[in-house]
Structure formats: C-alpha cells, structure tokens
Design a protein around this ligand. Structure first.
Ligand code: ADP
Ligand code: ZN
Length: 435
C-alpha cells in the first residue's frame, strides 16, 4: 500500500475490499445510533418493519426509506440531533438555496473529522505549509466559511478568513500577501477575475491553485479561470447535511471528484422511482454519513444529479469518483417540455470567446408557450457600435444554444456590468412563468 508524501491518509489508497468492510461496520453503527437516539428514524424504520439487526448487507440497506429536505423542515430546528445539546459544539444552517434553511449540528469529534476530510482534499491538490490560502467564502452560517478554513489550517497553510465582498480589497491582499491558493464559488471567482483585470493587477497575482464549489460550473468555466489566473482549478463538492465541503473533491487528474466513501456511503438512484441505477448511469446522489455523531442521517436524497465512476483513478486513490454535478433535480427547468439544466447553458456560453463571464436565464410565458431568454454580457472589445456584428454574434449564440438544448431561445446581448454580480451562489434563473 503506497504511503508517502502524496497521501494524507492511508484510507485514501485502501484496498476496495477493506474499504467495504469499514463502510459496512460504520453503516451498521450509524443505523443503530439513528434508531436508538432519533425518534424520527425509529419511526421510519418501524414503518417498513425493520430493526437495525435486519440490515445484513448493502442490499438490505436499500429497504430503508429515504430522508429528504422536507424532513429537515418537519424536524426544525433540533429534531434530527442524536446527542444531548451538551455534546454539540457547533451549529450551521444551509444557505437555503431551495426552501427552508436546514439546521445541522456537530460534536467536537464531528468537527475534528470534518477538518481532516477537508485537509485531505487540500493535500490532494498540493496545498501545503507555506501556501497562502485566501478563503473567499461566506463565514456566516454557511459551511464553506469555517469548514474550508479549518481544513486549510490543518494542512498548515497561512489561512485568511477573507469572506465575500470588498472585492477590490481582496484583490489587493492577494497581491500584497502573495496569495497562492483561493477558495470561492466559481461565480464569485469570475467576478474577482473581472475586478483584478480592471485594477490592472491580474498579472501580479501569484496564485497556483483555485478550489471552487458550492454550485455547478462547467469545463469551459474551468478553462477561463485557469487561463485568467494562471492556476489549476479544482471542483469541490459538499453539502451542509454531510458536514459541508470535503465530501468529494477533484484530484490533480481532474477526471471527476473522489468521494470519500470511508465517511459517506454512496448510492445513485432514479430520482422518480428511488431504485438504484445501474453502474455508470446518471441519477440522484443519495448519501449516508458514516462517521457523524450529532446527525446520523440515513439515505439522504441530496437532489444532486451525477454519475458514479468506479474505475480506478490515475492518481492511485481507490475511492470512486463523482462526475461533475449537473445540477439539482429541482434546478432542472422544463421549457416547452424540454429539460434544461442551467449548467448546460453555462457550458455553451463559456466556450464562445466574445461572451463575458455573466449570464442570466429569464423564463416567461407567451400565451400557452414558454419563452426562454438568455441575457448575455458581451466582452467590452466585442461590444462595438456595429449593429451588424452584434446581430451576427447573437445568432451565433442562439445556434449554439439550440444545438445543445434542442430548444429555440431568445438571446439578448448586454454590456459588461449589466447583470448583477453574485458573492455566493449565483442566481442564474428568473422564472416569471408562475407569477
Ligand atoms: P443549500 O442547499 O442551501 O444550497 P449548501 O450550502 O449546503 O446548502 O449547498 C449544498 C448544495 O450545493 C449541494 O447539494 C449542491 O446542490 C450544491 N453544490 C455544492 N458543491 C457543488 C459542486 N461542486 N457542483 C455543483 N453543485 C454543488
Ligand atoms: Zn484521482
């Protein structure tokens, strides 16, 4: 078993068989803890005539009913906590992108374990002692603030709790402190890039690594960020219900995100039927945390759509990989009967050189028909007074979108700066159809 500077934990390269053994042992403990200490889970298992002893295999586990976001709302605020409040040392709430905020709790051991998982991710992409790590994520309630922060400190990086906003100051600090690594949402990173360009400082940055997550982003956005900042950009996936960031993260191969299955049991299911899908098939990610003390959730339906890749990775890690998250099942738009993920629109737009870094999708209804308008910022050098040029560009974008989405859209070109910038998760879609 390799055990050298490339690996933070031996668990990262553990034999698949040994990993499964650990998973099963931890799964059993989690089920038992949930059953014994959380009334909600006891009721859920009883409703299908199960006791923890009936679960003797991973297949048996599929009989356990799912936990959903709605259950967080029903049990708000502390109904899902499995330990006395005296053992809780921290509470976060989700940013509530969809629906009511979720409350998540941690024991001291949960925080310790979470910190190690985030550190494992950072170590994997080469962040080390001596790096200057600027965390440009919200620290209020959101797990991407403190969660990322402690992980970066754990690998020994000089860690700056920068938060979001004050973008000019952020850029100035990046220059002054010689920041080498950053973390933010991809949409905020695009904004930082724009401000750094405007300040004439983009070439003065010493960045090597960017970690971006908390919302979907595309390969083409990766390329833009890598080229502009001169970095390697890595995808970071997590959710508050599973501690926060540090659930899955790209390695240097950039071929999917290693999901830490020694800490999270993974299933991919058909979002409608709830049945597990076949190997390599797209579906909804269902996660069960295997090491959480404060909140042992069983079969949590994340809403996130992805594919699980079991093939061994070039980096040597044995943990399987998630392919980029396409989006949440509830992000999916249905426009004139066609399914559209905002991430598909991003993918198309970010490969067109004239297109700036910001866009917005507007949905309206004209009579009985849905209308989709994509508002696109054009880079300054292409936003000339030449109507003919703009018309050509508009048609080019329209054709590219139609090819990808199989849907005719309206394209509206606007000047840089006309679409509101986001500090955290971008709000890409304005749906006026139900109003
Ligand atoms: P909220 O549900 O309020 O947004 P969180 O801040 O916990 O709460 O966000 C977790 C969600 O963010 C995930 O379920 C997923 O939808 C999205 N997300 C996180 N990381 C990524 C990523 N790398 N790619 C795509 N989506 C992501
Ligand atoms: Zn790898």
């Amino acid at each position: 078993m390799p055990w050298n500077d490339e690996f933070w934990d031996r668990e990262e390269v553990m034999d698949r068989k040994d990993l499964e053994e650990i998973q099963f042992k931890r799964l059993k403990q989690t089920i038992k803890k949930a059953y014994e200490n959380v009334g909600f889970f006891r009721k859920r298992l009883k409703s299908v005539n199960l006791t923890p002893d009936d679960i003797r295999s991973f297949d048996d586990f599929a009989k356990v009913p799912f936990t959903t976001k709605e259950h967080f709302a029903e049990n708000y605020p502390f109904g899902l906590i499995a330990v006395p409040l005296s053992e809780i040392v921290r509470i976060h709430t989700s940013s509530g992108t969809s629906g009511k905020p979720k409350v998540v709790a941690y024991t001291a051991k949960d925080i310790e374990n979470w910190t190690n998982l985030v550190a494992r991710c950072f170590y994997m992409v080469g962040i080390r002692r001596g790096d200057v790590f600027q965390n440009m994520a919200n620290y209020a309630f959101f797990t991407g603030g403190l969660g990322i922060h402690l992980g970066a400190e754990r690998v020994g990086a000089v860690t700056i709790p920068a938060g979001v906003g004050n973008t000019e100051r952020q850029v100035q600090y990046m220059v002054d402190f010689g920041t080498t690594a950053i973390h933010s949402t991809p949409s905020y990173a695009l904004h930082v890039k724009e401000v750094a360009e405007e300040m004439g400082l983009i070439d003065k940055l010493k960045l090597r690594i960017g970690c971006f997550g908390a919302e979907p982003w595309s390969e083409n956005t990766r390329k833009r960020l890598e080229d502009a900042f001169g970095i390697n950009a890595y995808d970071s996936y997590g959710l508050s219900e599973m501690n926060g960031p540090g659930v899955a993260f790209e390695c240097k191969e950039k071929q999917g995100l290693h999901i830490w299955v020694d800490n999270y049991f993974v299933e991919i299911v058909d979002p409608k039927t709830g049945e597990r899908v076949g190997e390599g098939e797209k579906g909804e990610l269902v996660l069960t945390p295997l090491t959480k003390e404060a909140m042992p959730l069983l079969r949590y339906k994340t809403g996130d759509i992805t594919i699980l890749e079991n093939e061994k990775c070039g980096c040597g890690r044995t943990h399987p990989r998630l392919m980029r998250i396409f989006g949440r099942s509830d992000d999916m738009l249905i426009v004139r009967g066609v399914n559209v993920f905002p991430s598909q629109v991003e993918h198309v737009l970010m490969q067109i050189p004239e297109v700036g870094d910001n866009f917005q999708i507007l949905l309206t209804r004209k009579g009985a028909l849905d209308e989709m308008t994509v508002k696109v910022e054009v880079k300054d050098e292409f936003f000339t007074g030449e109507i003919e040029d703009l018309k050509r560009l508009q048609q080019k974008i329209q054709r590219a979108l139609q090819l990808e989405l199989m849907l005719r859209t309206n394209v509206e070109l606007v000047e840089k700066g006309r679409i509101e910038r986001s500090m955290g998760k971008a709000k890409r879609v304005i749906d006026l159809r139900s109003i």
